[in-house]
Design a protein around this ligand. Structure first.
Ligand code: RNT
Ligand code: ZN
Length: 417
């Protein structure tokens, strides 16, 4: 019954879009080719599996204690597969170094090797999933407030070694999957209060990055992620947006745009066309800031929608990597993945369905009110019917039907944790 209704609605939508010159079949193929990188850390509130794991530190925080968080690697894998089964399309998995398979051993961050990720590589292959990677500077006795920017050579070298090793691991992942692994580098380095050594810290961070990136790694790609401020580091951030933008432009690195990492009235979407003339590719961390970098679950809000519009309007679909980065511990975590991923996809879908050429021509012809009219009209076009059809074709629940699946998983699996 539902499938018939979805089909009928889709046929109508297809015609409505054809009228404005948009081919929904082509868009469905494009959406099939749109791969998010699911961040493993929503499943367990960014704890990871280090045997020696301490409490969370390093400028970030997950709040909430909803029951059922993944407690070990098997539970996390099971949760990710459950979430993936409710998200149409095929998506990558983004691992942090602290999620290694350490097999009961204390492995410090400067000792990690690909050995501890072999079971992830095998799992990914079995489950037709490509991996991305992140070095982890937070939640460690040596995290302090400065890691790669630390003037203390011992601490700085520790984190340099860690990050170099992470690049080796990412490169091995890339080789194993025959597709470059995208490795993100974010460090929390900053100052809680007024400080006078900003130039020293930034020069130190630059020197560390130069050393880290010296080794060519053909099967991985480096991204660098700036930020406004971290918790407990409110006054100064070494790796600011300006710092990494300049570094990336000069050193051919990918800039990561985390949608929660800017001043509240600054538009992350506006950065897309500003950066693309200078850097080859961008990485996204799609998140949702509420008053601060709170990492709420992604929804179809205006900033997210605008971000995807800007990518498609810039013709940059093949120059962007699409990571998610939210961690809400106060709600069902599988639900968080499914809502966030499906919302990001819907934003991309709406962007792909925009009759951008028509609107662009009107704009260039000085027909301002028509531009406004068409953009307004797009908001109520039947894009949802296209998304429903996408779900049916991918064999995943349509609309809110995924809630019943999650309820079942709670009853059978997570409630027993
Ligand atoms: C922190 C950054 C960073 C982390 C993850 C866990 O503010 O956004 O990307 O969220 O690496
Ligand atoms: Zn991020």
């Amino acid at each position: 019954m539902k499938e018939t209704l979805v089909k009928q609605a889709y046929e109508v939508a297809k015609q409505r879009y054809a009228e404005i010159g948009v081919d929904t079949e082509k868009v469905l193929n494009q959406l099939q080719d749109f791969h998010l990188s699911l961040h493993c850390w929503q499943a367990d509130d960014v704890h990871g599996f280090e045997v020696q794991a301490g409490s969370m530190s390093g400028g970030i925080q997950s709040t909430g204690d909803f029951p059922g968080a993944a407690r070990n690697i098997d539970e996390l894998r099971s949760d990710i597969l459950k979430a993936k089964s409710l998200i149409p399309g095929n998506h990558r998995l983004n691992l942090h170094e602290i999620y290694g398979d350490f097999k009961g051993k204390v492995v410090d961050r400067d000792e990690v090797t690909v050995e501890y990720f072999q079971s992830w590589i095998d799992w990914a292959k079995e489950n037709n999933t490509k991996l991305d990677f992140n070095s982890s500077s937070f939640s460690h006795p040596k995290s302090g407030s400065l890691s790669l920017a630390n003037p203390d050579k011992g601490i700085r070298d520790f984190w340099i070694e860690h990050t170099k090793r992470c690049r080796d691991i990412a490169n091995e992942m890339g080789k194993a999957q025959d597709d470059p692994c995208i490795m993100n580098l974010w460090v929390h380095d900053g100052c809680k209060d007024v400080s006078v050594n900003h130039a020293l810290y930034r020069n130190t961070l630059k020197a560390s990055l130069d050393e880290i990136f010296a080794k060519p790694q053909p099967m991985m790609k480096d991204c660098i992620e700036g930020k406004v401020f971290g918790i407990g580091l409110e006054s100064f951030t070494v790796g600011s947006h300006d710092f990494y933008t300049a570094y990336a432009a000069q050193n051919d690195k990918i800039v990561t745009i985390d949608t929660g990492h800017y001043h509240p009235t600054e538009s992350p979407a506006d950065k897309v066309s500003a950066l693309l003339p200078f850097v080859k590719e961008l990485m996204l961390h799609v998140s949702r800031p509420i008053r601060w970098d709170s990492d709420h679950v992604t929804i179809m809000d205006d900033p997210t929608q605008e971000l995807f519009f800007e990518i498609v309007r810039a013709g940059a679909l093949d120059r962007v990597h699409y990571g998610l980065d939210f961690f809400d511990g106060s709600i069902n975590r599988i639900g968080a993945y499914v809502i966030g991923s499906r919302s990001a996809q819907k934003c991309m879908l709406r962007a792909l369905l925009e009759p951008v050429q028509t609107i662009s021509q009107l704009e260039l012809a000085g027909e301002g009110y028509k531009v406004l009219a068409l953009i307004e009209e797009q908001k109520a076009m039947p894009w949802q019917a296209v998304y429903d059809e996408f779900c049916v074709r991918n064999g995943v629940p349509v609309g809110a039907d995924f809630i019943a699946d999650i309820d079942r998983y709670v009853a059978e699996v997570t409630s027993k944790r």
